[in-house]
Structures are given as C-alpha cells and as structure tokens.
Design a protein around this ligand. Structure first.
Ligand code: PEP
Ligand code: MN
Length: 361
C-alpha cells in the first residue's frame, strides 16, 4: 500500500545536494557562548545546518528542560553571523509560534511527540499555510503507521518539504543501544513513501560516542540520505545527553572515515554479474515458496487428524523439540541462530493459523 504525499525535494540553497545531508549541533542550546562556539567550528568544517534543542522533552522532571525562547535569539545569531540554517524541535503550537517568530529555518518533531497524534495535529494546524521544512522523528514505539500518520498530517497542512529522522526505538531493559535501530522500520517507511529523505540520528540510537561511526556507516550502506549528529564544544559538560555528544573535531574525523558507496550500477559487466546472481536468488525463492506451500498442506492434514481425534492444535513439547532441532541443523549449516529461530517461528505460527481454521470450520 503506497502513501501519496505531495512532496518537494528536501534541498536548500547553499547546501550541497550529495549524500550525506549533514545536520549537526548540540542536543540543547545552553548558552550563547556554547551555541556560537559549536556553530563556528561546524561552519569551518563546511556544515551548513545547525541543530539545537530549545525546549527539551526529558523523561524525568527536575532535569535541564531547555533554555526556552532566549535560545531562539542565539539561533538567530548563528543564522546572521555564520550564514547557517538553523533547526529546532517543536512539540506544541506555542513552540511553533515562537520558532516562526524568530525565523528558525527548519523544525523537527521529536520522537515522543510523533507518538501522539493529538500533538502532531496541533503542530500541523499551527503550521497550516506556512512554508517551512519539517523533519519528523520516528515515534518512540516501533510503529511505522504512526510515523506515516505524522507525515500525512503535516502534508495535509501544506508542508511539502518533509524529511524523516531515524532515531531508534525504546525497549525495556539494558541493550546495546539506547534506542534500538530496528533498521527494518525506516526501510519500510522508505518503501511506503519512496521520495522521503531518511536522516539517521546515530546519537540517540547509540546513547554513547563509541558506536556512532558504525551506525552512521550502516545508514550510508542502506543508501539513507543524511545524518544528524549531536556535537558540542565541550561534550563532558553538556547539560543533556552528555555521553553521546562529540566535539566538532571528532565529528569531522567520523565524516572522513565514512565510506560512501554508489547507489546505482553503471558498469555493464558488474550489472550482468549482479543480474546473474539475482536470477539464482529468484529461483531459490521460488523453490522456497513451493516448499512452504507443500509444508502447509501437510500441516493441514495434521490439522484434520487432530480435529477428527479431538487433539489440541498446540503440542508444546513437539514444538520445542522441532525448534531446537531446526536451530541446531541451521547453525551447523552456517546460518545464524537468530535467523533460523525467526523463520521457524513464522512457519509454526502460520501452521497454527491453518490448523485453527480447520478446527473451527
Ligand atoms: C533530540 O534530538 O535532542 C531529542 C530530544 O531527540 P528524540 O526526540 O529523538 O528523543
Ligand atoms: Mn539529545
């Protein structure tokens, strides 16, 4: 199911159109000096779009919640003195009103806000008829429909320059990431809205400095269009998200290490060898479908026997044995445990659906 949005290219005068589109700046604007020092260093690196949070959505109260309107004037200074474009987060109609009054160039909707359709609609209504680019962060929960809904609301309000920010998804307990990237979700958003640029936010995905390069590289290898990275002139002293911010110099090193691969193949020999390999994949996928179909027919017959003899659909012991055996066999063939488990869980789920239908028909 495609989503039809009326979009304009997410491009700006003076900002190079090649990948990656780079946006950088501190998590929060903290002082005029911090804003100007960070922005000046970024500008010297050739970065044209400066981010800084003015109103900060914090998980717990009694922490730094942003400097508010005063910070918008520091962004104005960045615009006027350094000629950079400025971007900030808005979470309600009042933020929109204040940001527009101070001529902020680009707005973004934060992850907690995207998860709330009332808030997104309020922002869309406040922006009705205004021509300003808006970036929409993925919602904190892994729900692509909610993310798409926010695009629809903004687009229906007449906003045509829209971009997506992929900042990862919350999960319970301690994991490798602060917010799990679930790459399949931004991939699905791009499948559903192909012309929307995807800007990855490795800072909020990682929550630390160590994995920023790895995650940025993954985004580039997926042909995503941009990166938004939290940079601070003195990260250790940052008032929010200190552990994930890097200095402009460190960011410059990260950018120089990125490998940018081409998105299309223009060499005929390479394109032929890819075609050949893809033909093999098509054939194997066809065989897989044929086998899955036959397997489900056998599941149906098992379902009939269970029905006739009044036996429950789920046989937990058998399922446990089967899964353990398939994982063993798959791993010994060089497949990952995670992958084999996922495949057989999906097959088993479908098999249960088939048998439930037979039981209750
Ligand atoms: C931010 O960009 O600083 C921010 C608050 O991000 P998110 O909405 O992704 O948590
Ligand atoms: Mn932050």
């Amino acid at each position: 199911m495609g989503v039809h949005l009326d979009l304009e290219p997410f491009q700006f005068d003076g900002v190079p159109t090649g990948r990656p589109l780079v946006i950088a700046g501190p998590c929060s604007a903290e002082s005029k000096e911090q804003v100007m020092s960070t922005a000046t260093q970024l500008k010297e690196m050739g970065i044209q779009i400066f981010r800084a949070g003015i109103w900060k959505p914090r998980t717990r109260p009694n922490t730094f919640e942003g400097v508010g309107i005063e910070g918008l004037h520091w962004l104005k200074k960045v615009q006027h003195e350094l000629g950079m474009l400025t971007a900030t987060e808005v979470a309600n109609a009042n933020h929109v009103f204040e940001a527009l009054k101070c001529n902020v160039d680009i707005l973004w909707i934060g992850a907690r806000t995207t998860a709330n359709p009332f808030a997104v609609q309020e922002i869309a209504d406040a922006l009705n008829g205004v021509h300003i680019p808006v970036m929409i962060k993925n919602p904190v929960n892994p729900d692509v429909e909610l993310w798409i809904g926010a695009f629809e609301r903004l687009n229906q309000a007449g906003i045509k320059k829209l971009a997506a920010i992929h900042r990862g998804f919350s999960s319970y307990g301690k994991t490798l990431y602060r917010n799990d990237p679930h790459w399949q979700i931004p991939i699905e958003l791009k499948r559903r809205i192909p012309n929307v640029p995807m800007i990855t936010d490795p800072s909020h995905i990682c929550g630390n400095r160590d994995m920023l390069l790895e995650v940025s590289q993954e985004a580039m290898d997926l042909n995503f269009e941009g990166l938004i990275v939290e940079t601070h002139c003195n990260p250790e002293k940052a008032l929010s998200d200190a552990s994930q911010q890097i200095t402009p110099k460190e960011f410059s090193v990260l950018l120089s290490k990125l490998i940018l691969r081409q998105a299309t193949v223009d060499n005929t020999a390479i394109s032929h060898s890819l075609e050949d390999l893809r033909a093999q994949v098509d054939k194997f996928d066809d065989n897989l479908l044929e086998i899955l179909c036959k397997r489900m027919q056998v599941s149906d017959r098992i379902g009939m026997v269970k029905k006739e003899n009044n036996i429950t659909v789920l046989q937990s012991g058998r399922w446990n044995q089967l899964l353990t055996k398939r994982i063993q066999d798959g791993v010994s063939r060089g497949l990952s445990e995670d992958f084999v488990a996922k495949v057989f869980r999906a097959i088993h789920e479908e098999s249960i659906n088939h048998q439930m239908k037979i039981m209750n028909d």
